[in-house]
Design a protein around this ligand. Sequence first.
Ligand code: NAI
Length: 446
Amino acid sequence: MSDSYLQLVNSVPAGRVAKALGLPLPVPLRRYQSGAPLIPGPVLVLGNGAGADTVAEVLLGWNQDVRRHAQPKERIGAVIAVLDSVTHPDALSAVMLELGQSIRQLARGARVVSVSRTVAGTVDPAEAAARRAVDGAVRSIARELRGGATANGIVLGDGVGIDTTSAVGALRFLLSGRSAFVNGQFISVTSDRGELPAVVAKPLAGKIAVVTGAARGIGAEIASVLRRDGAQIVVVDVPAAGEQLMKVANQTGATALQLDITRPEAAQRIIDHVRDRHGQLDILVHNAGITRDKLLANMDEAKWNQVIAVNLAAQLAINAELLESTVFSDIGKIVCLASTSGIAGNRGQSNYAASKAGVIGMVECTARVLDGGNRTINAVAPGFIETEMTARIPFGTREVARRLSSLQQGGLPVDVAETIAFLATDAAGGINGQVLRVCGQSLVGA
Ligand code: NAI
């Protein structure tokens, strides 16, 4: 499904008319392209503490052009506000105001990234206030940016250094085109685990990944992005989607497993397939999902039960067996598809929102069980994504849903896939139990 309004307003005459009428002006987003620069211009690192020096060193190590103060009239590719050592709200103003001064100099598709610390790590109310204040500021900046620029933050856990693998991995992800539709969000780095990839361009080289619901839509794109990043894939979908599944398998060099994930033998079938064909499993992406929308007053048992069975109960059952299995790697990663509906609720989707909120509960609890080991589980919560599912939404509702985000457009399946691919890397090994929204900072769930 393409967004014809976005194409129209990016043509010269229509764009002028839209601007004059005060209509939304979405722009094509800066997405990952092999060989393209990581950032579209110099990076401004703000903050006076040791953390800012460390971030500047990391960027220099990536051959980036680093500035500690904005140069007049220079276009800036990214601003990083390093606020990991603030102990009082008064300490925020210098960095925030300098950041404000640089906003008009941001290039198209620029990135603003804050680095701060978790509120949970302090018992000092003023320090906690300062740390939490960063969230409010960054979420607001994300709403003020234009030209496809985004603002997000990295929140360091208690005792987690700014130069730990996952903090550095999260910084690279947020600066890159891979995070194009992630906006107004925070990535919490919960431990100093994780490893940087040997080859930056192929962060999943040597990994085996299972993707459920991969015959079309977001699942097919996840398979393609994981493949691009070096993983070998197993694509799973219902037998009725067998032909489409084979197409995806052929395109991604994957092996295919025709399977209804709600079957009692589903976990064992996945384990057996992976053991026989690939030896081990490193990444499991629980993407398969369905909607059966009805107001609760009109909901029948079948519609409620089917949605819970596919979107939630199947994930629970497969995880339970997989986590006991020796096939699942000691540093295995599970990434689950939630939804902004599961965070904010949505009219006509009580069954779907229950299933997706349930996924978040499952992820948070399972992460606590995994804590202390090297396996992780996280969720990605997409907002409005251009797929066959959302193409079926009536035009008016669809148009409103698209424009009600800070980026004024729907995301593409590749945006969800890029975020999942990041959480599946060993560089994200210190990120556990998190829910990352890929929604362009949608007002839904705000
Ligand atoms: P889709 O309907 O295009 O694809 C879902 C795939 O899952 C289909 O290929 C389907 O055959 C498969 N599937 C369904 N039941 C299955 C079962 N029992 N066993 C195995 N495979 C099964 O959906 P889309 O849009 O690609 O969504 C993918 C995931 O992202 C879902 O979990 C969905 O809830 C979630 N999501 C999508 C959003 C969007 O805007 N498209 C927004 C938020 C979340």
